[in-house]
Design a protein around this ligand. Structure first.
Ligand code: GAL
Length: 336
């Protein structure tokens, strides 16, 4: 049934494309060097129900529309098969370019071969494939951040506290790690580099638990509540791979009668509005700005370069936007 609907949709789109050509409505399929008529840009998001990617996609839409593109943003519902269909549908609709936040990094090869076969300029965002995978297609670029840097910054936020994270003075920092989706390189590198910053500085660490929370606030709350019940005062630091999980963890910390920056430290990544408020109020030790607007701006910039004929070769296919450490001292700079 889905296939029939997809076929019908494709047929309709092809018909509307021809209509578009003769009437010059500026719909999808036009080639443009920036001066010509602007077509439709297809944007695939891994799932709409993700706090950070919501800010990011809203920003993408605003920037693209501001530049006169038509934009179609679709929700992959965290389902790679669904996203593959959405990419195929966009291709059959003749979109001018694609911006794709893959559901699974492991699907990168398939996504890249699909867009390459169709010859669609493509910007991948948020989930970075390997340089080898990207080298398969020269009209492809990745825009994101250097995930290791965000982990290092989280570790530095702990090193910058009065006791370098060792609240109980037993000579080691005992922590729990609440991880994002472990298939995602952001989750892997933040987990590794946050702790590495401590050990590189000569601080001894003890991991009490590591649990995947899939970037989700409720999971952050559940995991922190369980760990606080199990390990109690032993926990000195809660590292969360993102802010949404940290906000959840904060609820558990408060329910357990603990006080951030007094008897426990808590750090996240993203600089969501809610997290900025908590950093300001002293309920989070710090966070790291994951610059959604900066990345959306760069993604559109790279897309326009591709549309203008720029091609990429192995080794220069990733463009990084810097992370920024956010503490009570500078949090005001990031608040609206
Ligand atoms: C990360 C971000 C997370 C989540 C994830 C989705 O960069 O920090 O909050 O949005 O991307 O892939």
């Amino acid at each position: 049934m889905k296939k029939i609907i997809a076929l019908l949709l494709s047929a309709l789109m092809v018909m509307s494309l021809f209509a578009g050509c003769s009437k010059k409505t500026g719909d999808g399929g036009k080639t443009s060097d920036g001066d010509g008529e602007k077509g439709t840009i297809g944007v695939c998001i891994y799932k709409f129900d993700d706090a950070f990617m919501t800010t990011y996609r809203n920003s993408l839409q605003e920037i693209l529309e501001g530049k006169g593109y038509k934009v179609s943003v679709v929700d992959g519902n965290n389902d790679q098969a669904k996203q593959n269909e959405q990419i195929n549908t966009f291709i059959s609709q003749g979109v001018q370019a694609l911006i794709i936040n893959p559901v699974m990094t492991s699907a990168a090869d398939q996504i890249i071969s699909t867009v390459k076969d169709a010859g669609i300029p493509t910007v991948l965002i948020n989930r970075e494939p390997t340089a080898d995978q990207m080298a398969a297609y020269d009209k492809l670029v990745y825009v994101g951040c250097d995930a290791a840097q965000s982990g290092t910054f989280q570790g530095e936020l702990i090193l910058d506290t009065a006791n370098k994270g060792d609240i109980n003075g037993d000579g080691k920092v005992s922590y729990i790690m609440i991880q994002g989706d472990p298939e995602n390189i952001d989750a892997q590198l933040r987990t590794e580099y946050s702790v590495k910053a401590l050990t590189d500085a000569g601080v001894e660490v003890e991991q009490l638990n590591l649990t995947r929370g899939d970037w989700d606030r409720n999971r952050g709350q559940e995991i922190a509540a369980n760990d606080l019940a199990q390990f109690g005062d032993q926990i000195e630091v809660i590292f969360c791979n993102n802010d949404d999980m940290a906000i959840g963890a904060l609820q558990a910390i408060q329910s357990a009668g603990r006080k951030v920056n007094e008897d426990i430290y808590l750090v996240g990544v993203d600089a969501l509005d809610a997290a900025l408020n908590e950093v300001k109020n002293g309920n989070m030790t710090g966070t790291v700005l994951n610059d959604a607007v900066g990345q959306a701006t760069e993604a559109v910039n790279q897309m326009e370069k591709l549309l203008g004929g720029t091609t990429y070769s192995e080794g220069n296919q990733s463009v990084y936007v810097p992370y920024v450490k956010v503490t009570p001292d500078n949090v005001g700079d990031f608040m609206n």
